[in-house]
Design a binder for this molecule. Structure first.
Ligand code: PBG
Length: 334
């Protein structure tokens, strides 16, 4: 502390720069913009949108609906949308064969969107088997265990089918070992050298995914009850750095940390260590918590939405996958 010439009063007053909005705007170093938003959207068969009870304000959209949402996202300046199919129960099998069907729901959605918005909006597709498997696991199950290498082979086919439909960014969310290198090689071999890979590099075995599993219908049937043999232990940090290092070496263009708010420390460490495009996923359970409190009148929805998104930027994220993307974009462009 400096000694004050007047003895009793502080010479340094932090509150001076906080007094007026113009001054606060001058000193802040973090900014949230529409460019930071990635919008995850659920797609369903049929022509009607379906509400998702645990995610108020989020719907599973029909192909028409997803096309309209994509146009709106492009209008608002949202750079990219991530698609998640709610696959009909009768199409789910042990081997998740629907994942590699070139005419599956997500591939049709990609084509529908691309015919509408072209390159004004990037399209991201998840690579993992859980929306298609009868057991709800992200990979093939043998003797009660999700097997790694056989799963990676299917994931490579899934990535090719999605790239062929026009997907711009392949986002493996499965946490199998070696999948980034294998998928990169498969994409390159099939003429998709320009398709990006955004790796779910540090993905934790989290209870915050609950509402998502409702949304894609993979929760009721989750064999084994959890994904702890492949997703990371929430108590481990160094593993996250190791995962990111491996995925970058195998060819990932960008990496993701998931969930978001409870894992801001991981985002910060990853960004500081690797200085590559780093994204956070504000997952379904985070959206559900904030929305439920807002619905009860306990939190101000718009303010907590913007504050939570800003926090990801402050931690070092280059962008955020968030179910608030459209609402946030409307606020930020108003
Ligand atoms: C699928 C996948 C999940 C999420 C994104 N991709 C669920 C899971 O791993 O069980 C979660 C997203 C969210 O909760 O919003 N592998």
């Amino acid at each position: 502390m400096f000694d004050s010439p007047r003895g009793d009063f502080p010479a340094v007053r932090m509150r001076r720069v906080r007094r007026h909005d113009w001054s606060r705007r001058m000193v802040r170093e973090t900014r949230l913009s529409v460019d930071d938003l990635i919008w995850p959207v659920f797609v369903v068969e049929g022509d009607q949108p379906q509400a998702i009870a645990s995610m108020p304000g989020v719907e599973r959209l029909s192909l028409d609906g997803v096309q309209r949402a994509a146009s709106e996202a492009a209008e608002l300046g949202i750079p990219a949308m991530a698609l998640f199919p709610a696959t009909a129960a009768e199409l789910k099998t042990e081997d998740a064969a629907e994942a590699v069907n070139p005419d599956n729901l997500v591939c049709r959605a990609v084509r529908a969107i691309k015919s509408e918005v072209g390159d004004r909006l990037g399209i991201i597709c998840d690579v993992a088997l859980d929306p298609y498997s009868s057991h709800g696991q992200d990979g093939l199950v043998q003797h009660g265990y999700v097997v790694n290498d056989a799963t990676v082979q299917v994931l490579c086919q899934q990535a090719i089918v999605q790239a062929d439909a026009g997907c711009d960014i392949i986002a493996p969310s499965d946490m199998m070992d070696g999948r980034i290198g294998s998928i990169r090689a498969a994409l390159d071999a099939h003429g998709f050298a320009d398709v990006q890979i955004m790796s779910y590099a540090a993905k934790y075995a989290s209870a915050f995914y609950g509402p998502f599993r409702d949304a894609v219908g993979s929760s009721g049937n989750l064999a084994g009850g959890d994904k702890k043999t492949y997703q990371q232990d929430p108590a481990a940090t160094d593993e996250a750095l190791h995962e990111v290092a491996l995925d970058l070496r195998e060819g990932a263009d960008s990496v993701m940390v998931k969930p978001g708010m409870p894992y801001l420390d991981i985002i910060q460490r990853v960004k500081e260590r690797f200085a590559v495009p780093t994204y956070a996923y504000q997952v379904s359970g985070e959206y559900a918590m904030l929305s439920a409190a807002a619905q009860n009148g306990w939190l101000d929805r718009q303010q907590v939405m913007l504050e939570s998104l800003l926090a990801f930027k402050r931690a070092g994220a280059d962008g955020v996958l968030t179910y608030f993307a459209r609402d946030a974009a409307r606020c930020l462009t108003a």
